[in-house]
Design a protein around this ligand. Structure first.
Ligand code: ADP
Ligand code: MG
Length: 399
């Protein structure tokens, strides 16, 4: 789960980390009021969307010369003008895709006199099973470009969970940023605070880009992106409350309400499978047969009629879906129960695309009989290969 920059900064501030003062705003009036609460005279108006690259982004509705999603303002009147232009319009950045994202919220924050911009991120490194800190002197720009063009300018420091954050980790961060004296001390302290916040909040990723050295010699978190391990969200109701569903794919939001693992993809064959491994195999074999899956959908081990119906509805609400492949292995959940669920769901949703079903496992014959006797045009399949061939052929024929 991702949150907005202003929310991430609120969380970091609780761990004693320095961030510029600022206030969120969802209307022009609120933006002006936010500026009134800041010392001025320099403000920055920042679009709050779950995507980076806002500074260099472009608003769809505005001309090519218009400014992007991070704008300096030298008066409250300028804040007002920017807010008017930005709110409600669609910002396209390298991370949003061509569709862009509508800006419904702004963050009005103190303008900072920047001396240097650095990069610092924490993530869970699955290869080492540790939290890694990625540090670079090349802040403010896309870290992917830095990694590509000048990989020597990126330092990775991994932290053993058994020892936790040690003073030498902090010194390595300061050294990688080429900082000396008080700034080096500030970097060591910040690195420790970030590590503590990362662990305490069960983060998946915490990126600061840029971390800035101010002209008066301090370190400030100027921009941050934070994402969380959803499996640990139950421990953090305050973080969960920060979820902004308007930033998420509506189908994925609906799926999560039914405890379904759903991810929208670009193809036209909807998949309903139990178990993540089987779902991956199903997607692979669809591709092997020359078509593309419209989604990944794992209904889980305890798939009942309600879940299967919800899954059908979600798949069918995607206009790209031209056919559905159900691939269920009846283990704990018996095939006859699943078949009843499929029949009931297919009736309830007025299925209007071809449906191929492959069942295997406990009570498979009973399951197949239920499908065959349902009177519905369900196409049965013998095995995974047969199922994929049939659904691909059906969809190609209909096209
Ligand atoms: P994004 O990464 O989405 O483009 P940032 O918050 O990193 O957004 O802003 C882009 C650039 O704008 C920063 O690298 C920095 O140079 C400048 N900037 C952002 N916030 C401020 C601020 N509060 N004061 C001064 N400059 C800022
Ligand atoms: Mg940034």
């Amino acid at each position: 789960m991702n949150i907005h920059e202003y929310q991430a900064k609120e969380l970091l501030a609780k761990f004693g980390i320095s961030v510029p003062a600022g206030h969120p705003a969802t209307s022009v009036e609120q933006a002006v009021a936010a500026a009134g609460k800041l010392p001025g005279p320099l403000y920055v108006v920042k679009a709050q969307i779950h995507a980076g690259g806002r500074g260099k982004g472009k608003f769809k509705e505005l001309g090519a010369d218009a400014k992007g999603g991070v704008r300096l303002a030298d008066s409250a009147a300028a804040v007002q003008d920017h807010a008017k232009e930005m709110l409600g319009n669609t910002l396209v950045t390298i991370q949003t895709g061509d569709a862009g994202k509508q800006v419904n919220r702004l963050y009005v924050t103190d303008g900072v006199d920047i001396a240097e911009e650095y990069y610092l991120a924490l993530l869970v490194d699955r290869a080492t099973g540790r939290i890694a800190m990625i540090v670079s002197t090349e802040g403010g720009m896309s870290i992917e470009d830095v990694a590509h063009e000048t990989p020597e300018k990126i330092t990775t420091i991994t932290i053993d969970p058994a020892t936790g954050f040690m003073p030498h980790h902090g010194r390595s961060v300061a050294f990688a940023l080429k900082l000396k004296g008080d700034l080096a001390k500030a970097a060591q302290k910040l690195a420790r605070q970030l590590y503590e916040a990362f662990v305490a909040l069960d983060c998946a990723m915490l990126e600061i880009n840029p971390l800035v050295e101010t002209k008066d010699g301090g370190l400030l978190v100027l921009d941050t992106k934070m994402s969380f391990d959803t499996n640990a969200l139950f421990r953090h109701p305050d973080v969960e409350a920060m979820r902004d569903e308007t930033e998420e794919d509506p189908m994925e939001v609906e799926a999560s309400k039914h405890d379904l693992a759903y991810i929208k993809l670009d193809g036209d064959i909807g998949c309903m499978v139990n178990g993540a491994g089987l779902a991956m195999a199903t997607m692979d074999i669809i591709k092997l047969n020359g078509a593309f899956p419209a989604n990944f959908l794992d209904v889980g081990g305890g798939a009942n009629r309600e879940k299967v119906t919800a899954a059908f509805k979600i798949i069918l609400s995607d206009p790209a879906v031209k056919g559905i492949l159900v691939n269920i292995f009846g283990g704990i959940m018996r095939c006859d129960t699943i078949a009843e669920g499929i029949v009931a769901a297919a009736r309830e949703v007025d299925l209007d695309v071809p449906l191929v079903v492959r069942l295997e496992g406990t009570k498979v014959q009973e399951g197949k009989d239920i499908l065959a006797n349902s009177g519905l045009p369900i196409i049965p399949a013998e095995d995974l290969g047969d199922a994929a061939q049939k659904i691909v052929a059906e969809v190609k024929q209909a096209a």
